[in-house]
Design a protein around this ligand. Structure first.
Ligand code: SF4
Length: 394
């Protein structure tokens, strides 16, 4: 049956419309007078943007102009489509420059198709993202598979249309009829499926606009996972309508696999501040990478969570547990820039292949390995962090 709530929805007319963009004080004003982190030398080092590939309409839009003004020294290259940037897309050969391209290159485009998809695991719905791509370089990340591997951030500048679409979608759902594991009351919308909203907030106000929009929608809640601590988000006043999910894994795995991210201890240490700033704070225990010693490493991480998190964080926390999914093409690309990561990610003796809808060959742990790992991790949570409700595990 055709489900109207998943149909592309980019027409005019909306219940919430552009009012939802209002917004509160821009981050700059709300940051208690202090300078924004995104203007700091640390942030500039993470994103030393030198080249911006822009669709003309995106560059001319208010959001596009804001971004171009933030990086006045960047070379601007006009492109027909954010999906066809010569030298970036479909060029696995960029692997040698991969990590550099991530920080030095931005793409500006307009999101043409606005579709909200049902999910049911991490969130009730997957919202059309306000970006895709990421300035970080986690070795297992599935995002670059769809973008030819050189995968800098593409910012969608028509955030007003994305928010108007969400307003209509939320209005159509009405109140959530019954609790589920996503949330007891609110429809949860994942707004960061293909990137990291904390990093996007280093570039422009798209994340701030989403956070501000959701606080006006009493039946819905935004949700995004992050591996980056961006203190500018603390000024956004989400009023409980945004769930931030700090992704955590044992620090040794993270140092090997989570290239360019904030250290795990920093993400955990930030949880109390984000709760106090009005976020709901959850955790993604992900990805769970089965390697020699993995159980001891996760037990150590869970003990660390138990030791350092304030009670107020523990009382509202919940977690998703996600075992590693990998991919043959990504494996081959990684061998070119980070072969040590593949020693733990590519374990054919433990994994099985599955052809995905788009023809890619994905690998995941064999059913028995995965079931055993999930069961073991649940037991470790029960033993070391019994306050941590596992929303789902797979
Ligand atoms: S932070 Fe997330 S989106 Fe970015 S590279 Fe890592 S897994 Fe991918």
């Amino acid at each position: 049956m055709h489900d109207p709530s998943t149909a592309p929805d980019d027409g005019p007319g909306t219940l919430f419309g552009l009012d939802a963009l209002t917004p509160g004080p821009p981050a700059a004003a709300a940051a208690a007078g202090g300078p924004l982190f995104r203007d700091s030398s640390t942030a500039r080092r993470l994103l030393p943007v030198r080249e911006i590939h822009a669709e003309p309409a995106a560059a001319a839009s208010p959001r596009g102009r804001q971004i171009l003004a933030r990086f006045p020294d960047a070379r601007v290259v006009e492109v027909d489509s954010h999906w066809r940037v010569p030298g970036l897309h479909g060029n696995e050969g960029n692997v040698e420059r991969w990590v550099r391209i991530k920080g030095e290159t931005l793409v500006l485009g307009e999101r043409k198709t606005l579709t909200t998809r049902p999910n049911g695991r991490s969130a009730d719905w997957i919202a059309p993202g306000a970006s895709n791509g990421c300035a970080m370089a986690c070795a297992y990340c599935y995002v670059p598979r769809r973008k030819g591997y050189a995968n800098p951030v593409t910012v969608f500048t028509n955030i007003d249309r994305i928010i108007a679409h969400l307003g209509r979608h939320i209005a159509r759902q009405g109140p959530k009829p019954e609790p589920n594991q996503c949330d007891p009351e609110a429809w949860v919308y994942d707004v960061g499926e293909n990137g990291d909203c904390s990093v996007d907030a280093l570039i422009c106000d798209n994340t701030a606009d989403l956070v501000h929009a959701f606080r006006q929608w009493p039946t819905a809640k935004a949700s995004f996972a992050t591996k980056f601590v961006n203190p500018d988000l603390l000024a956004l006043d989400p009023r409980g309508r945004t769930r931030i999910r700090f992704s955590v894994m044992p620090p040794d795995d993270s140092r090997l696999l989570d290239v360019r991210t904030s250290p795990v201890a920093e993400r955990i240490a930030a949880a109390g501040d984000f709760l106090d700033a009005g976020y709901e704070v959850h955790f993604n225990l992900s990805p769970v990478v089965v390697r020699p010693g993995w159980e001891e490493a996760w037990a150590g991480l869970l003990r660390h969570l138990d030791d350092v998190l304030p009670d107020r964080v523990k009382r509202q926390a919940a977690a998703e547990v996600i075992t590693l999914t990998h991919n043959r093409e990504l494996h081959e690309v990684n061998l070119g820039w980070h072969p040590r990561a593949e020693e733990v990610l590519w374990r054919p003796e433990l994994q099985q292949a599955k052809r995905s809808e788009n023809g890619a060959l994905n690998v995941r742990y064999r059913n028995s390995v995965k079931a055993g790992a999930v069961e073991r991790l649940r037991a470790l949570v029960a033993a070391h962090a019994p306050w941590l409700r596992v929303r789902y595990a797979f």
